[in-house]
Ligand binder design. Structure first.
Ligand code: F0G
Length: 452
């Protein structure tokens, strides 16, 4: 059957608000054309992020009621620990409030001034935490991963030869660990193959260096391995995920993605000595080891979410629905990053608005245009986000991130139709200039004005 159906039915509904085009025009001006400054109630379909925006299942809500809120040794912690040990095979499991808290603890422990942390592509918070701890974050994704049109099936792979060359040139002493992000969010949500992870592991072994995963979207990555990697189609996502984790010495996870929860994170480590140091830091800054800054009910929701996310009906629906939207956008003539990643569609804003030069932010113009036209909120990933101080940006993209289990096929049809209509009148899109910006992470708060 070609029809995708959502593998769930709906028990609770949350109204979304229709706005008139006059209202949206006014809201845009009040927000200085920065979509982070809109009130969520003024957004009809919110594709800003897939992080913490998913819908929980009835079993997760049942877990919320079961949550054991004891300060120490809560039952909910043991359930959480059991599930993560079973999925990953990694013994030491620490809860945190979200991914960046796990990153902060890890890098504070391993980084020394002048150290280097290689990754396929660091996500912004990973990079910021490495740098905050005195290290240098280096991106070593394969060359295909930087080209929107390249159709390599695993564009998130790390360039193993460059990794080895880095070890040779700076010495293993300066590289406390290697990280690989699955899937590679900053590079278009692209997966990493088992073969590549094995090769990265071999380099790490050669230089006696630990390998850590940034495993926020490990289930989507495992499903891509099943779909795209030769010899993997007979295995289930859980088995593949288990093998992926078996190659690593630890992982940081934001449970707001494949944990299917609204808040929560995990820090995993095999080394008991490192785990003891991490526990001490966790107690000092996040909370006791059996709750790590979240409530017992959150641990229950995470435990259940991590189990549900490996369900193959769910994963098939998840990847097929992104594919469905991508197919509709492409048949309307809109260029996207191909092949498709897991959690989002990345539209090529340069191709969408060739009349707007990078310095006038084509991605921001498109994102503003989509909100103005149809109340849809997306996110610029281009010169606004990464181009501060004249920094060169490879691609001007707009991310349509898909919250998990939230929108139905008709919502997605609406997004596709609205995008197609906007594409038809793309010459009316206007570039913007920044009139006020903060010193860091300007995309969250910069003020823009449209160029007439
Ligand atoms: N690593 C990756 C690959 C991520 O995508 C994110 C978050 C994090 C780490 C940090 O996790 O938000 O729980 O602290 N990505 C979100 C996004 C914010 O919109 O892509 P966090």
């Amino acid at each position: 059957m070609k029809t995708i159906i959502e593998p769930f039915r709906i028990k609770v509904v949350e109204p979304i608000t229709m706005t008139t085009s006059e209202q949206r025009e006014q809201r845009l001006r009040e927000a200085n054309f920065n979509l982070f400054k809109l009130k969520a109630r003024d957004v009809l379909i919110d594709l800003l992020t897939d992080s913490g925006t998913g819908a929980m299942s009835s079993d997760q809500w049942a877990g919320v009621m079961r949550g054991d809120e004891s300060y120490a040794g809560a039952e909910s912690f043991f359930r959480f620990q059991d599930v993560l040990r079973r999925i990953t095979g990694i013994e030491n499991v620490l809860p945190t409030h979200q991914g960046r808290a796990s990153e902060r603890i890890l890098f504070e422990l391993v980084c020394t001034p002048g150290c280097i942390i290689p990754n396929n592509n660091h996500f912004d918070t990973t990079r910021a935490n490495v740098e905050h701890s005195g290290g240098q974050a280096v991106d070593l994704v394969i060359p295909e991963g930087r080209i929107a049109k390249s159709r390599h099936p695993f564009k998130g792979n790390m360039d193993v030869a460059r990794l080895e060359a880095l070890f040779e040139s700076v010495g293993a002493d300066r590289i406390p660990l290697v990280m690989v992000t699955i899937t590679n969010n900053s590079g278009g949500g692209q997966p990493v193959s088992l073969e590549n992870l094995r090769a990265v592991r071999a380099v790490c072994d050669k230089f006696h260096t630990p390998l850590f995963l940034d495993a926020c979207r490990f289930a989507e990555n495992a499903y891509f391995i099943k779909l795209r990697e030769p010899g993997q189609s007979h295995r289930n996502a859980a088995e593949i995920a288990r093998e992926v984790f078996s190659l690593a010495d630890g992982a940081t996870i934001s449970a707001k993605k494949d944990g299917l929860v609204n808040i929560g994170g995990v820090l995993l480590m095999r080394d008991p000595a490192l785990a003891r140091r991490a526990s001490n830091l966790l107690i000092m800054t996040e909370g006791f080891v059996s709750y790590g800054g979240v409530a017992g009910r959150d641990l229950e929701a995470m435990a259940q979410g991590f189990e549900e996310v490996l369900n193959e009906d769910y994963l098939q629906y998840r990847i097929r629905s992104a594919d469905y939207l991508a197919g509709k956008l492409m048949s309307a003539g809109i260029a996207i990053v191909e092949p498709l990643g897991g959690h989002a569609i990345y539209v090529d804003a340069t191709a969408f608005c060739p009349h707007i030069p990078p310095e006038h932010f084509p991605g921001q113009a498109l994102a503003v245009g989509l909100y103005r036209h149809a109340g849809i909120r997306t996110c610029e990933i281009g010169s606004v986000m990464f181009g501060a101080g004249g920094h060169h940006v490879d691609m001007e993209l707009v991310r349509f991130a898909l919250p998990r289990r939230v929108y139905t096929q008709s919502h997605i049809d609406y997004v596709a139709e609205a995008s197609g209509e906007l594409f038809e009148k793309r010459s009316s899109l206007r570039g913007l200039r920044i009139v006020e910006e903060p010193t860091t992470l300007r995309h969250f708060s910069a003020a823009f004005e449209e160029i007439q």
